[in-house]
Write a protein that binds this ligand. Structure first.
Ligand code: CO
Ligand code: ZN
Length: 333
């Protein structure tokens, strides 16, 4: 799975432009599922049905988002400098010193009006993007083009570094779960969602259309394990986190209990997550139609929504073990 995480982190895919990452994921689903389709919003839906003769369990949607945060050009001036807006919750004080790249390969470096150094948190309107042009005419980007962070994938032992572990590591966990899951009594709807970072839009329509009986999201979560972090129980390397609550969702007690009891029975280290900001695809599906019991398996990740995110490979492996064991068995009565 490590190679898979690295591969997926290397694929361009800001919200609304998921074509390339969708193709990359499709290539890994061959032979793992019964049916693959792309819906109208660009969600990739892979269906795995229970074996014939097995008493059917639940209809379970598993969501990992394909899209990543980025920036979109709003204006190109006469000298070729671009102004931009953010796609998703980009931490704007992390922009100076980082680079982005566009779908056509054009690179961009961030500059700040008046000074190369920000003494305080810069207002996003004071930032501009240098795309190597000297006029509006020769800038190879235009209004509406989007770009994502460009920094290479790295690893130190089991610690992984990439600009988009959110949520390519979750996509890899979901693919690996499908690889390792020998059989399941449940009908599994593995959805690699579009446009999560701009408000779980893909999950909203997929959840409505698929009518699952249970929704599980697989996404990253913040941690409280670095100097003077806001106190939070989640730390890298201590196992996948089972979400109790985030900003828009309270996990269904039965779904949470199912995940916790599976982890305990299988001796999988896990952590309980209470996240005071942010949410996942599960929150959108939870309130779909008449409501869907929801839970989330989270991979702890430091510096989420910055160009340098850090996670621990063992937590991703633990997430796979937890999902394989939970989905391979019965849902509690
Ligand atoms: Co995110
Ligand atoms: Zn995410």
């Amino acid at each position: 799975m490590r190679a898979l995480i690295e591969e997926l982190c290397g694929v361009f895919g800001p919200s609304g432009q998921e074509e390339r990452i969708r193709e990359a994921i499709i290539n890994h689903l061959d032979g793992l599922v019964d049916e693959i389709q792309t819906d109208r919003l660009g969600n990739l839906i892979a269906v795995k049905r229970p074996a014939a003769g097995v008493e059917k369990g639940k209809r379970i949607m598993l969501a990992a988002h394909m899209d990543e945060i980025g920036i979109m050009v709003t204006h190109v001036d006469a000298q070729g400098f671009c102004r931009f807006t953010t796609i998703g919750g980009v931490v704007t004080n992390a922009l100076i010193g980082s680079r982005v790249h566009f779908a056509n390969g054009v690179e961009g470096a961030f500059g700040l009006e008046g000074s190369p150094i920000a003494r305080e948190r810069p207002a996003p309107q004071k930032l501009f993007l240098d795309v190597g042009a000297d006029s509006r005419e020769n800038a190879r980007v235009q209004v509406g083009d989007s770009a994502v962070f460009r920094s290479s994938f790295g690893a130190v032992g089991d610690r992984l570094f990439a600009p988009n572990l959110d949520d390519r590591i979750g996509c890899a966990v979901l693919i690996q779960t499908l690889r390792e899951l020998k059989s399941s009594p449940h009908e599994l709807l593995a959805v690699f969602t579009a446009q999560e970072e701009v408000g779980a839009r893909g999950a909203t329509t997929a959840g409505y259309g698929l009518e699952p009986e249970i929704i599980l999201a697989i996404d990253v979560t913040a941690t409280g394990d670095f100097p003077q972090a806001t106190p939070m129980e989640v730390a890298l390397g201590k196992g996948p986190a089972i979400k109790v609550m985030d900003r828009r969702m309270i996990s269904h007690p039965k779904v949470r209990g199912w995940l916790e009891s599976t982890a305990r029975e299988q001796d999988i280290p896990y952590q309980l997550e209470v996240l005071e900001f942010g949410s996942t695809d599960a929150s959108a599906v939870q309130v779909s139609r008449a409501g869907v019991p929801a839970g989330t398996v989270s991979i702890p990740c430091r510096y989420v929504h910055t160009p340098s995110q850090v996670a621990d490979y063992n937590d991703a492996c633990g997430a796979v073990r937890l999902l394989v064991n939970a989905l391979g068995g019965e849902y509690p009565q």
